[in-house]
Structures are given as structure tokens and as C-alpha cells.
Design a binder for this molecule. Structure first.
Ligand code: AHG
Ligand code: MN
Ligand code: MN
Length: 333
């Protein structure tokens, strides 16, 4: 990263790559997300002293999960700010039953996981916000706009709130950059361009579900444990935090594969296609990796419901392809 006083800000970075004649709408969208990320980062780092971020609200959300105070707060911050921006035709959130329609003239829709890693909030472990921006394809903006494959996202990214607050975003056909939030100015600044990793140094999955995995998934885990990585010939190590943003982020930076497979009686796994799988799929693919359900290429899979769940295997290409190979003769039960 450059000296703070010379650092390239997120807005400068986006404007430098804008085609001639662009109206700057995308820059304004990213500025709204930056505003929300800065606000959430500040609240999180206040250590819950304001009393707004720890514990449960007592509600159960559309995912049938207990809502944490910070889930609710993050959702309200993002929805209020984005709905008032006039930049979106529709908003979808993991925390809301239905989409929220916005300005019918706007060109974009956005899907959000306002707070990823809820189980880690109260124990001071990394959490994040995930976003996926698509171009509106209907006349006035509706649920069908979200039913586009991951490859058709205009931009996808996440913010990770940890010892630093960082933003990673991907635009198809462009380099993927890592930005760091400067808490003094509230601006993300360019840290570096990310490079593809060929070697999965790490694998991340919740092995507590071992007895619920089918034989193909177990064979894959045995393969990861047994076989050295193709490039450096080293053994892999395991890391699992339970916040997708944190597990994915480490694997993206260091080389690795994340898996939340289907399980017996839970054939779609847990993670949500719109809010979690599609954004991570685009980012990973822009860095030469892959994402799959085991049967479907996640760049191509077309959503049919806003809260649809899918198995998610995302990371370095050889590891994802091996998963598909080992699952090829089976079907989710
Ligand atoms: P969220 O907090 O948005 O509901 O997401 C939680 C997700 C994801 O972050 C993580 O990868 C996964 O849940 C962990 O689930 P398990 O506890 O079943 O491993
Ligand atoms: Mn999540
Ligand atoms: Mn969430």
C-alpha cells in the first residue's frame, strides 16, 4: 500500500477505469456501500459499548435462523441507505422475506448478506458483508432481475471486519483488488491487486458433519488429506472459522478451497445462492478459480428463488474439479 496521503481511494480507482461517457452511477453505488461499511465497521469496533450489536433480537428470520442484533442493524443500515439512494430498482436481503422495490427507472438490483458469520459476532471473530450487483433486465425491477447467473453479475464483493476492515470486489473482465478502510477518512484505499493462487494450501469445511456427508464428499476430504498439492507438493492444512467471508478470504489470499457440501437430509446444503454463493463464485473465477455445487457450474446456474440454497465448493480449480469428479456418479439424496 502507498503512503496514506498518496493512497488511491476506491472512488479514484473506479473512476480511472470508467469508459468514456459513463454516468458515474456505479461509482455512486460503491460510495453508498463504502458509507455503510464504514458505519458498520465503526459500530463493530466500538466493542458493543453502544449496546446495539451483541445478543439476539428474539426474532426468527426467513432462513429459519435466530436473528442477532447485528444482523438486524446491518440490514437496516444497508436497506435504508440503499433504498434512499435511488440507485436501485430492487433490493434483496438474506434477512428479508421479500425483495424491496426501489426506483423503477434505476439500472441495477442488489442482493445482500448484510452480516455474514452471525455465530461469530459475540465472540469477536471475523464477520462480513457480502454484495452482488446485477443489471436490471425487467422493465420496472422485480424478482426476475435476481434470477441471473453469477457470470452476469456486474460486480460482486465483500467487506471483512477484522483487525483491519477490508473490501474485495470483482468486476467481470477486470483485475480483483483488495482495499483497506482508512478509519480516519472513512474511505477504502487500494492495498493491492490480488493474484491467482494455483495451490490449495488450505481446505475449509465443517467436519462435524462427517456422518452426514455421502461417500463422494468423504473421498474428496480423504484425497485432500492424502495427496500433496500439485504445484508445491506440500500437504494441505485445514482452517474453518464458520464465517464464509473469513474462510473464503484466507483461501483467496493464500490458496485454498472452501466447501459447504450437501448433506443427508439437507441436499441443498446451507449457503444461499444469491447472497453468498454467486458473489464468491465471481470473485474466485476472476482469479482463475472455480465454484461448483458438485453437479452444477456455479457461474452458469440460474437462480429460481431468492432464498435458494446450494452446496458451495469454491477455490482453486484442481480441488473443485476433483470434487466434481468424485461426485459424478452420485446425486444428492
Ligand atoms: P450467516 O451468518 O449470514 O447466516 O451465514 C453463516 C454461514 C456462513 O458464514 C458460514 O460459512 C456457515 O454459515 C457456517 O455454518 P456451520 O456452522 O453449519 O458450519
Ligand atoms: Mn452468510
Ligand atoms: Mn447473514
Amino acid at each position: 500500500m502507498q503512503e496514506p496521503i498518496q493512497a488511491t481511494t476506491l472512488s479514484q480507482h473506479i473512476m480511472a477505469s470508467m469508459p468514456p461517457g459513463a454516468r458515474g452511477v456505479f461509482t455512486r453505488i460503491m460510495m453508498e456501500l463504502q458509507y455503510c461499511a464504514h458505519m458498520l465497521s465503526t459500530m463493530i469496533k466500538s466493542g458493543g459499548l453502544s449496546g446495539q450489536i451483541l445478543g439476539f433480537t428474539g426474532e426468527i428470520n426467513v432462513q429459519d435462523e435466530e436473528v442477532k442484533a447485528l444482523d438486524d442493524l446491518a440490514n437496516r443500515v444497508l436497506m435504508t441507505r440503499l433504498a434512499n439512494s435511488g440507485l436501485f430498482a430492487a433490493l434483496a436481503s438474506e434477512e428479508m422475506d421479500d425483495i424491496m422495490t426501489g426506483d423503477p427507472e434505476a439500472d441495477y438490483v442488489i442482493a445482500l448478506d448484510p452480516l455474514d458469520g452471525s455465530s461469530n459476532i459475540d465472540v469477536n471473530v471475523s464477520i462480513g458483508t457480502i454484495f452482488s450487483i446485477k443489471r436490471k433486465i425487467t422493465e420496472k425491477g422485480g424478482v426476475e432481475d435476481f434470477f441471473q447467473p453469477a457470470k452476469d453479475q456486474v460486480c460482486a464483493g465483500y467487506v471483512i471486519y477484522s483487525s483491519r476492515t477490508e473490501l474485495v470486489m470483482a468486476i467481470p473482465g477486470s483485475d480483483v483488488h483488495l482495499f483497506v478502510l482508512d478509519p480516519m477518512t472513512g474511505q477504502f484505499v487500494v492495498d493491492r491487486k490480488l493474484e491467482p493462487k494455483d495451490d490449495a494450501k488450505y481446505y475449509s469445511l465443517n467436519e462435524a458433519y462427517w456422518d452426514k456427508f455421502d461417500e463422494g464428499v468423504k473421498d474428496w476430504v480423504r484425497w485432500l488429506r492424502r495427496e500433496p498439492t500439485p504445484v508445491t507438493g506440500k500437504s494441505r492444512s485445514a482452517r474453518y472459522i464458520g464465517s464464509l467471508v473469513a474462510d473464503f478470504h484466507r483461501n483467496l489470499l493464500e490458496g485454498g478451497v472452501f466447501a459447504y457440501p450437501h448433506q443427508k437430509g439437507k441436499k441443498s446444503g446451507k449457503l444461499r445462492l444469491l447472497y453468498e454463493a454467486q458473489p464468491m463464485t465471481l470473485i474466485q473465477t476472476c482469479l482463475s478459480g472455480r465454484a461448483s455445487t458438485g453437479w452444477d457450474d456455479l457461474m452458469e446456474l440460474v437462480p429460481t428463488e431468492i432464498h435458494q440454497r446450494v452446496p458451495l465448493i469454491v477455490g482453486t480449480t484442481p480441488e473443485v474439479e476433483k470434487y466434481e469428479e468424485l461426485l459424478a456418479n452420485s446425486e444428492p439424496d
